[in-house]
Design a protein. Sequence first.
Length: 205
Amino acid sequence: MEFSSKLLEKAVNEMSQLPGIGKRTALRLVLHLMRQPINQTLQLSDALSTMRNEIKFCESCHNISDAVRCEICANPNRNETLVCVVEDIRDVMAIENTSSYKGLYHVLGGKISPMDGIGPNDLNIGSLVKKVKEGKIKELIFALGSTMEGDTTNFYIFRQIQDYKITTSTIARGISVGNELEYTDEVTLGRSIINRIPFEASLKS
């Protein structure tokens, strides 16, 4: 792709680094921004810069937050003894949209995947096990996607906490194997939370 401007080329190259954005789509987006009032483009640039520089991660659940403690963890009406283990913020948003869950979350920041060089120490597993050891949690809900990596991560965490007095459950398999939570409709996801099953039972299926 030939460019008449090095500035345009650089903008397109940077835009094409985004997931699912190829060079042609990146060019279309950049040209669209050029046609907009300059203030609108600057607002977008400022919003991205501010987010990148000021965004925080909740000290308790590792969810993305504007403060040291996220709004969910700071809400006194949430059940602090019930914790749902998810991969990332997209899963938190998906479950929250169901309005079927009133506990807290623990965001791992990924799943165990040896093929991708991601091991247990690369995830927020240690802080979760610490919470369990401190007796702060009565039930842990595994809500990772139904993939090999998700099941491996669930089982690894289960092995780390199985000697402690805690109930472990997993979302019902109304969600197709291989599906990610963010793409599951709210009704199905809500029911899978409500109709969760003991984690030990899932190991036999």
